[in-house]
Design a protein around this ligand. Structure first.
Ligand code: XUL
Ligand code: CO
Length: 441
């Protein structure tokens, strides 16, 4: 059901519905059929698609070489509360037209930050009831909330890892308010992305102290939220660099270590972002698998990077084969735990029509939907699973099985190797696996 505010911001665009792949309507889904069941769950349940408030409604396309290019009608008012209400109206209109159930936000996406903490807190408190009522009228929910601890110049040396306690305390205040806001809006999860939790030069950095402070800070946030009745998950969102040169949550493996080192494994999982994975020289599917192996695949920030450059371009997903590999991980590991798929992606600076925001999201949604359908077919119909299992079949019986069960010593391996000939060469067959994916796509 489309829910409009006082004004309609996206005029001429109605509800986006599934029309199938023979449709030429650019404002229709070709693959995403929300109620279609794949491996026991509807597509809606598999994905839990979410709009990112910051890219979709706040970012106007500024880059280091020039200002923003996009004129957003919901940004017209000079009154911060009226502007926040308009933005919330635009959010609900967009989300309901897309047929999404969720959105994600930073504290100061909802309403612009003021000059003082007290005034900022007042603004947030003022806007919460308005947004809450819009959510209730539309059924739209919060997938996760977070605090922006990286834009304001006060965080130039970090937030929780800042060498100055005054800044750490300010970050704490902001996280408390962001948690209160997330709870008030019924948020299902809460994210920590440590954009400036890292360093530029080790010469002026006590790394151990900074990391210990992050551990303390995350524990305080978790304890506070639990004391307020928050039942959702906390997610760390790994990223190796940008804006910091060295970020403490470099990748999934590093972040899992942070979670375990500070005793957070019962409450924290990971939010894996595609372009962050590739910046860390990994693939998206690698990062998903690392998270899944630890039982920590909590949520996904969907986007893509650019093959020819090395920064976070946050483009909308459109590579079906790469996304299919990711969907194989998802289906085989039991899906995302608690989170969903948030489009942390932005239209290009020169995509200035309001309708481009729809076209971009439709493309992203269909990429994931098509990839899920292909992955499901590959798993059900192709020899893929059998091939993969047979690659490891030497561990299914005999000494291999004893090794897997932990029943052999190094001396046993030594004796076994002596009793055997040189192992035969066994092909990894990568090209055949790739051909199977191609065949079903
Ligand atoms: C930055 C990024 C953030 C987080 C939330 O690269 O991904 O938008 O998702 O702070
Ligand atoms: Co992100």
């Amino acid at each position: 059901m489309v829910v409009l505010g006082d004004k309609e911001f996206f005029k001429g665009i109605g509800a986006i519905t599934y029309e199938g792949k023979s449709s030429d309507n650019p404002f229709a889904y070709k693959y995403y059929n929300a109620d279609h069941v794949v491996q026991g769950k509807t597509m809606r349940e598999h994905f839990k698609f979410a709009m990112a408030y910051w890219h979709t409604l706040c970012g106007t396309g500024g880059d280091p070489f020039g200002p923003g290019t996009k004129i957003f009608p919901w940004n017209a008012s000079d009154d911060p509360i009226q502007a926040a209400k308009d933005k919330s109206d635009a959010a609900i209109e967009f989300i309901t037209k897309m047929g999404f159930d969720y959105y994600c936000f930073h504290d100061f996406d909802l309403v612009n930050e003021a000059d003082s903490l007290a005034e900022s807190e007042k603004r947030i408190e003022k806007i919460i009831p308005y947004i809450k009522q819009k959510q209730e009228a539309s059924g739209v929910k919060v997938l996760w909330g977070t605090a922006n601890l990286f834009s304001n110049p006060r965080y130039m040396n970090g937030a929780a890892s800042n060498p100055d306690f005054n800044v750490v305390a300010h970050a704490g205040a902001q996280v408390k308010i962001a948690l209160d806001t997330t709870i008030a809006l019924g948020g299902e999860n809460y994210v920590f992305w440590g954009g400036r939790e890292g360093y530029m030069s080790l010469l002026n950095t006590n790394m151990k102290k900074e990391q210990d402070h992050i551990g303390r800070f995350l524990n305080m946030a978790k304890d506070y939220a639990r004391s307020q009745g928050f039942k959702g998950s906390f997610f760390i969102e790994p990223k190796p660099m940008e804006p910091s040169k060295h970020q403490y949550d470099f990748d999934a493996a590093t972040s899992i270590n942070t979670i375990r080192a500070y005793g957070l494994e019962d409450d924290f999982k990971l939010n894996i972002e595609v372009n962050h994975a590739t910046l860390a020289q990994h693939t998206f599917q690698h990062e998903l698998q690392v998270a899944a192996n630890a039982g920590m695949l909590g949520s996904i920030d969907a986007n893509r990077g650019d093959y020819q450059n090395g920064w976070d371009t946050d483009q909308f997903p459109n590579n079906v084969l790469e996304t299919t590999e990711a969907m194989l991980v998802l289906l085989k590991s039991g899906g995302i735990h608690g989170g969903g798929i948030n489009f942390d992606a932005k239209t290009r600076r020169n995509s200035t029509d309001l309708e481009d925001i729809f076209l971009a999201h439709i493309g992203g949604v269909d990429t994931f939907a098509r990839a899920l359908l292909i992955a499901d077919e590959v798993l059900r119909k192709s020899p893929y699973e059998t091939m993969l299992a047979s690659r490891y079949e030497s561990f299914d019986s005999g000494k291999g099985a004893e090794f897997s069960r932990g029943e052999l010593s190094l001396e046993d391996l030594h004796a076994f190797a002596h009793a055997n000939k040189e192992p035969e060469q066994i092909s990894g067959k990568q090209e055949l696996y790739e051909n199977i994916l191609n065949q079903y796509s």
